[in-house]
Write a protein that binds this ligand. Structure first.
Ligand code: NAG
Length: 502
């Protein structure tokens, strides 16, 4: 395989040299290129990675002892007219001492359901790779949002209304997670999924009363890689009885990158369909597609150097579209990309780096980094690998998959997602493909288009970009609630009843 890749790579270098100048100019050395892509996937980091010097550490989670240290939290600047006590809130933060590591600690938030302790456990994973799940917590589906004066305000559509929800900072080095040893940096989905699985076992050991609850994995963007890998890891652990049985019922991917071979082929088609490039742009941009596709094929599920080559070749497709559309926000083509971040999420770092907040969270001197460049770069070889391959066997065992996508996102657009979901081979493929689309209604209006068969569902979400719960908070909460209750495809649901059960 790698021998063929070496041949491929020399072909690739030859092609690079012989490509017209305009195409060559789009390729940049890895460092620069990675920084650019981090910008594209959101926040630019202040610090490259959280690798900390142990001597400096004075926080409560360093001593040897239990694998998980968890405490209750109430933010000092929470706007809380009802004056809930810290016990009433049921909000926790913690560190997990990662078992398969030299010195790594994984930070997480755990919010008890506002409805019932019996509600499912849901874990949320933000992508990047290397972006903190706190981005989703505070801007998408967490219990709070950050007001402009840096107060914390309750989010009436937080997913904690219907689930016991976990937000984890991973891979190591992301957000408040850290290590004192560079060898702990992860490079692939094996490292990522082992850490998440080990965390989950430790979490349920800490909360034995929740261990029999239903369990769902959710997330967005690059988590289109993490989620299928993590779901397969949990399923494998269950089958091999590696630890306590985890009641995995389903996994949901929002605007994800899962099957690059199909999704890179959809970029120019989507841009053309949406009228942001012309037919001649489309044809010119897609000239590199055959080369990109053969590179992805070589990369497969576990290639190395060929995956790197594929990353550089295929991303010229995306950058050519961006070069064409100018300052358009590639997470939401209806918007302008403001500044280098496309959205302004700067309040997150401002908020989390306040002394009073850090004290509440018990994170000591660890600097909060929204997106880590080093974590991103360490995962470059993983980017083009195909994560669709592990999904069919999960479906065959009755584990549900929901793929949803906001219709105005370019970077992980609905078209590419729809294509891989339709192309996936499993026993229900024919029926899924043949089943008709039905409107997904929220409060009597059409919030999306849904296609389902058996355990598989695909939802195109209207009036939303890359971050669906940010753009459509109510519809996204309805989506989660119906999906976990198996009523996603019910045409009408008594929303009065739903609200009261929240
Ligand atoms: C900050 O903003 C929130 C939401 O707009 C408001 O409820 C709160 O009273 C403000 N706090 C201060 C101290 O101004």
């Amino acid at each position: 395989m790698e021998n063929r890749s070496a041949k491929f790579l020399s072909l690739f270098v030859f092609l690079l040299i012989s490509l017209p100048f305009s195409a060559v100019a789009l390729l940049r050395p890895p460092m620069f290129r990675a920084e650019k892509l981090i910008r594209e996937l959101n926040l630019f980091p202040n610090e490259p990675i959280n690798v900390v010097d142990l001597d400096r550490d004075n926080t409560r989670h360093f001593s040897s002892g239990p694998n998980i240290v968890e405490w209750r939290v109430k933010f000092p600047n929470l706007v809380d007219p009802s004056g809930s006590s810290i016990e009433d809130l049921g909000h926790h933060a913690g560190y997990y001492h990662i078992q398969r590591s030299h010195a790594a600690r994984m930070f997480y938030f755990f919010f008890e359901s506002g409805n019932s302790k019996e509600d499912p456990i849901v874990i949320w994973l933000t992508g990047g790779p290397g972006c903190s799940s706190e981005m989703a917590l505070f801007y998408e589906n967490g219990p709070f949002t950050i007001a402009n004066n840096l107060s914390i305000v309750r989010n009436e559509y937080g997913w904690d209304k219907v689930s016991n929800i976990l937000y984890v900072d991973q891979p190591i080095g992301t957000g408040f997670s850290y290590s004192s040893d560079r060898r702990d940096i992860r490079h692939d989905e094996k490292g990522v999924s082992d850490d998440l699985y080990d965390f989950l076992l430790a979490f349920f050991k800490e909360h034995p009363d929740l261990a029999t609850n239903d369990f769902y994995i959710t997330g967005e963007s690059y988590a289109g890689h993490y989620i299928p890998a993590f779901a397969a890891r949990v399923h494998q652990g269950n089958k091999a009885k590696e630890g306590i049985h985890i009641n995995l019922k389903g996994f949901a991917i929002g605007n994800g990158l899962t099957d690059p071979g199909i999704q890179y082929g959809a970029y120019a088609d989507y841009a053309l369909d949406m009228g942001i490039i012309t037919q001649s742009d489309h044809d010119r941009i897609n000239k590199v597609l055959p080369l990109c596709e053969s590179a992805i094929k070589l990369c497969g599920t576990d290639g190395t150097i060929s995956c790197m080559a594929a990353y550089f070749v295929c991303n010229t497709i995306f950058s050519s579209i961006i070069a064409r559309v100018g300052d358009m926000n590639y997470y939401d083509i209806r918007k302008k990309c403001e500044g280098s971040l496309c959205y302004d999420f700067s309040n997150l770092e401002k908020f989390l780096n306040q002394r009073s907040v850090r004290n509440t969270l018990g994170v000591g001197d660890i600097e909060f980094v929204s997106c880590s460049t080093s974590v991103y770069e360490a995962m470059l070889m993983d980017w083009m690998r195909n994560l669709e391959v592990g999904i069919p066997s999960l479906l065959e065992d009755g584990i549900k998959l929901l793929v949803y996508a906001g219709e105005y996102d370019l970077i992980c657009n609905w078209l590419g997602n729809s294509r891989w979901v339709h192309a996936m081979e499993w026993s229900g493929q024919k029926e899924f493909v043949a089943s008709s689309e039905i409107p997904f209604e929220v409060d009597g209006s059409k919030a999306g288009l849904l296609k389902s068969h058996g355990p598989l569902s695909f939802l195109k979400v209207h009036d939303a970009g890359h971050m669906v719960p940010m753009d459509q908070p109510k519809a996204s909460l309805e989506m989660l609630n119906r999906w976990i209750h198996g009523s996603l495809s019910e045409r009408t649901i008594d929303s009065g009843k739903l609200v009261s059960s929240m």
